[in-house]
Design a protein around this ligand. Structure first.
Ligand SMILES: Cc1ncc(COP(=O)(O)O)c(C=O)c1O
Length: 459
């Protein structure tokens, strides 16, 4: 009986693996400080995910047709216009938009929220667990931050109380899934609370869309913001999707050619008749390849995001949690204690701290000695980290379509070794980051000249 169950499980896992779309770079090898190379173990897809092969192939396929969009008379202009507009329809379908919702292409989620901040006609309420993109988008003095409580139910009560005290609130902006802990927020319940108080809801789906269904219409939410580079389409496009009225009434997000019907100059002043959304907010030449890539990713993920993707990630997340539980001195971070009778659901993003090792050192050693890429820091969620770790940096591991059981096992083995033996190379803080010293790994495989990134940003 056990053997039959095991065979079934193996068969299910194998069938799921076949259904998972392939990503570019799955076989990439990276150098270690000891001079060897290993297959890269990418556990940082919450920051940026690799391209799906289907996305990269679509971009290569359309590249010869690349031309000016919307305004050109040539054939390639017609093709590119059609590519952008069909990608708009793909995004709308993927997030289950209503027929009269509007899809505006943006650079990323931050940009999408910046656009909404121009359009929102009143105060905005957020939770303190948000990514800085959702915490910082709004105008000063028009934004209230509600402190999340220990349980989701208590947090919803706090939100309800804040909205009751501020009947002029126009919008609640909330993440669909925490970029730190992977915990899912109950979007439909938040929509109910906000709508009862007369406020709209924007869901920051940067961390939700790659892992679970975004269901704008089903939730009854008003807006959703997402990033292509987290959705296996790293070609520089994101989107804001939602109700048209605020977007039509707002000042253009990016003013310029393509956003206007007509421009006049009288008495030394330019007069403009702005187009409605989405064109109103998409001034200048659009990122055709970014839009096409995002559309292709949506087409590839749409049939599998309800079942195959979450099943793959849940299986790996269970393996990861079981493995982390065996690492001495490791504490996994959570925003919420589970409400009685409710099972906590999470994406496969997990952050943790280790008792005796700085997180930056752990991340540097995982990369330098084991070829494992994770993120360390406070993940652009400083208020949340203040609450969960007293402001101490943490390590974040995020699994995705490319992750295998072997990747999870490599991480757990490496962490155990690191905790038991300590780092096996020398490290020091260089330019504010833990780094191997010396670091013999060449970081410039293209021969372009290695340059450091800017110092001091809000990791
Ligand atoms: C929850 C969340 N919201 C917003 C963002 C911002 O996304 P982007 O940098 O693509 O604008 C991120 C990025 O990590 C995120 O995790």
């Amino acid at each position: 009986m056990t053997a039959v169950l095991l065979q079934d499980a193996v068969r299910t896992t194998a069938a799921r693996a076949t259904a998972l779309p392939r990503v570019v770079g799955a076989e990439l090898t990276v150098p270690l400080v000891d001079g060897t190379r290993v297959r890269y173990c990418d556990l940082d897809s919450a920051a940026s995910a690799p391209a799906l092969e289907a996305v990269a192939a679509h971009v290569a396929e359309v590249l010869p047709y690349y031309g000016s969009v919307h305004r050109g008379a040539g054939w390639t202009s017609r093709v590119c216009t059609s590519l952008v507009e069909s990608a708009r329809a793909d995004v709308a379908r993927f997030v289950r938009a209503r027929p009269d919702d509007c899809v505006v292409f943006t650079r990323n989620t931050t940009d999408a929220l910046g656009l909404l901040a121009r359009a929102v006609p009143g105060p905005v309420v957020t939770l303190d667990l948000e990514h800085h993109a959702t915490l910082l988008a709004w105008r000063d003095g028009e934004h209230r931050v509600v402190r999340a409580a220990r349980t989701i139910t208590a947090t919803l009560d706090a939100l309800r109380a804040e909205l009751a005290a501020r009947p002029d609130a126009a919008l609640v902006a909330v993440t669909g899934a925490s970029n730190v802990t992977g915990e899912l927020l109950p979007v439909a319940r938040i929509v109910e609370i906000a709508h009862a108080a007369g406020a709209r809801v924007c869901v920051d789906a940067a961390q939700l869309a790659p892992h679970r269904r975004v269901d704008l219409a089903g939730w009854g939410a008003n807006y959703v913001a997402l990033s292509g580079h987290k959705l296996y389409a790293p070609y520089g496009a994101g989107a804001l999707v939602g109700r048209r009225d605020w977007l039509d009434a707002a000042e253009p997000h990016v003013a310029g050619g393509g956003a206007v019907r007509a421009v006049t100059v009288e008495d030394g002043r330019a007069g403009t008749a702005w187009l409605p959304a989405p064109q109103r907010h998409e001034g200048g030449t659009p990122n055709v390849l970014g839009a096409a890539a995002l559309g292709a990713a949506c087409r590839a993920l749409d049939p599998i995001v309800d079942d195959v993707v979450p099943a793959h990630e849940r299986e790996l997340a269970a393996r990861l949690h079981a493995g982390l539980a065996r690492v001495p001195g490791l504490r996994v971070l959570s925003c919420f204690a589970t409400d009685p009778g409710e099972a906590a659901d999470r994406t496969a993003t997990v952050s943790f701290v280790l008792d005796d090792l700085p997180s930056g050192l752990v991340a540097a050693a995982l990369s330098a000695e084991h070829g494992i890429g994770v993120r360390d820091g406070r993940f652009c969620a400083h208020p949340l980290l203040e609450r969960l770790t007293g402001g101490r940096d943490a390590v974040r591991v995020s699994l995705g379509l490319r992750t295998t059981a072997d990747d999870v096992d490599r991480l757990v083995t490496a962490l155990n070794r690191l905790v038991r033996r300590g780092p096996e190379w020398t490290y020091a803080i260089v330019g504010g980051r833990w780094s191997p010293t010396p670091d013999p790994r060449p970081a410039d495989p293209f021969g372009l000249g290695e340059t450091a990134g800017p110092a001091g940003c809000d990791r």
